[in-house]
Design a protein around this ligand. Structure first.
Ligand code: VTB
Length: 314
């Protein structure tokens, strides 16, 4: 069962509008206001779409009215039953400080086809397309993963580039990469585009490593599932409360390793619109009565993989 192509444009408009909403607060130092503006614009557009939509990855876990919360119903209550993962403003710090790589992101599947990940940390490892299945694994140490990848690419580990979110929790990974002579491309935030960079030959990133947000992990998996890349994740719990919340969301095996097909099943649409200029897409450009938005669009069943530029009336 595929998602009809007619859904592409209205979902693209949802991230375009959200990115525009966030862009109004670019560089104003208020990440909460930027996020709320993105949420309001995205919700408004989602509710115009002819669908019975449910937010399964959102910004709050309960009935947190101002945010697009998990379980919130969106759409006009007609049309297909769809599950939606949203990150109306991915990289709130980037937007607040007017730094590159702030995005507005969503992914859509048929009902029941997206992992309901709680908003907790997730371990992630990802590589590009064209490698044997299960080449890398979260249970291998860094050295083994790098050596297996280097062997498959027939290059030395010293020619590998890894992308890592700059956080103290990754010191051990970084030390291991340094001792192997691997080049590291640090990002300060925004691991959705960090993970997706493994799919882009122009990025020169061979592998993504580290712990970031669970929702961001599922969103990145949605993109990589359209790009035939590999990704493995595992929830990373900080306390008992997080374990209980996960059980309540239906997660039975808390230590499960998820491959892309465990997170995203069947057909999927992925849209990412730039708020500020970034590696993936350019940011919102104000044109007076209108704004210009650039969006990275993927749709698995129609093999859509393109960057589109639209001018939209404010
Ligand atoms: C992660 C990452 C996101 O924020 O959630 C990060 O997945 C927050 O990490 O892409 P810390 O708790 O260590 O600050 C982002 O970088 C941006 O939302």
């Amino acid at each position: 069962m595929v998602i009809d192509k007619k859904y592409l444009d209205p979902f693209i408009l949802a991230t375009e509008r959200a990115a525009y909403g966030a862009s109004l607060f670019k560089g104003k130092g208020d990440k909460i206001a930027a996020d709320q503006s993105a949420v309001d614009e995205m919700r408004n557009q989602l509710n115009k779409i002819n669908m019975k939509g449910t937010i399964v990855i959102g910004e709050g876990e309960l009935d947190e009215a101002p945010m697009l919360y998990i379980g919130e119903e969106v759409g006009n209550k007609f049309g297909e039953e769809l599950d939606i993962a949203v990150d109306p403003l991915e990289g709130t710090n980037f937007a607040a400080k007017n730094l590159p790589n702030a995005l507005s992101v969503l992914a859509v599947t048929k009902k029941g086809n997206l992992l309901h990940a709680p908003d907790i940390y997730m371990e992630k490892i990802a590589i590009g397309a064209g490698f044997p299945d299960n080449l890398v694994d979260l249970d291998f140490d860094v050295q083994k993963n790098i050596e297996r990848l280097a062997n498959a690419k027939r290059i030395s580990p010293k020619k590998i580039t890894a992308c890592v979110l700059k956080r103290p929790r990754h010191d051990q990974i970084v030390n291991s990469l340094n001792s192997l002579g691997v080049k590291i491309n640090f990002i300060t935030d925004g691991d959705v585009s960090g993970v997706i960079s493994v799919a882009d030959p122009k990025s020169n990133i061979d592998i993504y490593f580290g712990i970031g947000g669970g929702p961001e992990g599922v969103l990145a998996a949605a993109a990589l599932s359209c790009l035939d890349c590999q990704m493995q994740t595992r929830l990373s719990f900080q306390n008992e409360d997080e374990k209980n919340r996960s059980r309540n969301m239906g997660i039975k095996d808390l230590n499960q390793k998820y491959n892309i097909n465990d997170m995203v099943k069947g057909d999927v649409i992925f849209c990412a619109t730039g708020v500020t200029d970034g590696d993936l897409v350019k940011g919102i450009k104000d044109q007076g009565d209108a704004f210009q938005a650039e969006t990275y669009v993927l749709h698995k069943s129609s093999n859509t993989n393109k960057i589109i530029k639209n001018n939209i009336k404010k």
